[in-house]
Design a protein around this ligand. Structure first.
Ligand code: HEC
Ligand code: HEC
Length: 370
């Protein structure tokens, strides 16, 4: 190609250049400049989302409310008007995610399961559980071929993050192990998803996932956890007058608002320094801090409010790092969303209905050029 120095660029050339190479280079050369995410990074992102929500639920809900207001977590939570166990919370949302047929699947497993259904099902799963019990700093990963498609698999350690984890497991009549200690590996989270390419570019870049697919996975987990929390914790327990969700949840020993659940988990994710980020925004924010921060977010919110079936996407460049961004609609999935927002003194909109779009979830995933 011809070499150009800026002083030589004449208006006609400039016109030609702009015509031949539209401003966004990724649009001009999709095959060369396609951004991807290495599969092991994608698994780290997915695991981080599952783990941080699991931590918030275990620490800020189960452990705290058990100690302060004696609200228990128990297996028969529906009948007993208690909180679902952390494992049940994860199982409920993994069922929602698995049923969406996005490709991603995950579940909680253990070498010492209270429920035999949570035992490892394959040799690799068992191997993974043994490996992460010995070295919790690294996931165990492998690939398998299933009906012509290659699937990336990873087992991450599941740690006893609170006292209640070990107290309950050590005392449970069906637990095959009774000497768990704080921070022990109690089991693992097995994550599996299809990968788009194998053995084409260079060995290091073999296993990749498209950023829009990773954003879909991250969003599906966030949305499922958000739905489980809003429906089976907040809405159910409020309706039964057992406990409420309130902004001053810490002082008042109440449930976190669904928005606070998401935002606290998002802070934990930021602290993990993976580059992954997500937040809640709205055109009608109760907290002005959650308004659209820029044109992309405003356009995205307007777009998902009128067309909630598809996310609004874009890219962002900060220094050397590029990000893929997607805005998904945030929907009033339970009556509690609607009543609280419509009644809140600071809410600029008071006619939300069930299943309306209240705002959006902005997911940003770091990408690299391939
Ligand atoms: C109040 C009791 C209780 C608490 C608290 C609790 N668990 Fe469990 N856990 C259970 C029960 C019961 C199951 C089986 C649930 C099922 O039927 O799938 C289970 C399932 C699990 C499993 C899947 C393997 C198995 O044992 O079936 C793992 C791993 C696990 N819990 C880890 C933890 C961790 C980590 C924590 C703390 C964050 C925790 N648990 C808190 C009771 C508890
Ligand atoms: C008990 C009251 C309450 C419930 C229930 C509730 N919210 Fe909110 N929501 C709030 C408050 C208060 C904020 C502002 C939180 C903050 O300061 O960041 C908020 C924030 C939000 C935001 C960010 C924009 C804004 O308004 O600040 C969205 C989007 C949102 N909620 C959607 C939902 C959805 C969807 C549900 C149901 C799944 C829900 N909310 C349930 C009170 C509630």
């Amino acid at each position: 190609m011809f070499e150009l120095k800026s002083s030589f660029i004449r208006p006609t050339w400039l016109f030609l250049l702009l015509f031949l190479f539209p401003l966004s280079s990724s649009e001009a050369q999709p095959s060369l400049k396609q951004k991807t995410i290495p599969a092991h990074r994608a698994a780290d992102f997915i695991h981080a989302v599952i783990e941080t929500d699991r931590t918030i639920y275990s620490q800020y809900i189960v452990e705290r409310l058990g100690e302060t207001v004696s609200l228990k977590a128990s297996e028969n939570w529906k009948k007993a008007n208690t909180l679902p166990l952390p494992a049940q919370f994860l199982n409920m949302s993994s069922k929602i995610v698995n049923s969406k047929n996005l490709g991603i699947k995950y579940r909680l497993i253990s070498l010492w399961p209270i429920n035999k259904k949570n035992a490892s099902k394959t040799r690799e799963e068992k191997e993974g559980l043994k490996k992460v019990a010995l070295n919790p700093n690294q996931p165990h990963v492998w690939t398998i071929r299933k009906s012509g498609q290659v699937h990336f698999n990873a087992v991450y350690p599941d740690l006893a993050v609170t006292k209640s984890c070990i107290r309950c497991h050590n005392a449970h009549p069906k637990s095959p192990k009774r000497d768990f200690k704080r921070n022990d590996v109690m089991g693992g989270i097995h994550i599996s998803f299809p990968i788009s390419r194998m053995g084409k570019v260079s060995p290091k870049n073999d296993l990749t996932v498209a950023p829009e697919v990773v954003a879909d996975y991250v969003h599906a987990i966030l949305e499922a956890d958000r739905t489980v929390y809003a429906k089976y914790i907040v809405n159910r327990l409020q309706k039964k007058n057992i406990i409420y969700a309130s902004e001053n949840w810490w002082e008042e020993n109440t449930l976190l608002l669904p928005a606070q659940f998401l935002l606290n988990a998002s802070d934990l994710i930021k602290n993990m320094r993976l580059g992954l980020d997500y937040k809640l925004v709205s055109l009608w924010p109760i907290n002005p801090h959650n308004g659209a921060a820029n044109k992309f977010e405003r356009n995205g919110l307007e777009s998902v409010a009128s067309r909630p079936l598809r996310p609004y996407i874009g890219t962002l460049q900060i220094g050397n790092q590029s990000y893929f961004q997607a805005i998904y609609p945030d929907i009033a999935v339970t009556p509690a969303c609607v009543t609280c927002h419509n009644a809140h003194p600071k809410s600029p909109k008071r006619d939300f209905k069930l299943f309306d779009v209240i705002g959006g979830i902005v997911v940003s995933v770091p990408t690299k050029s391939n």
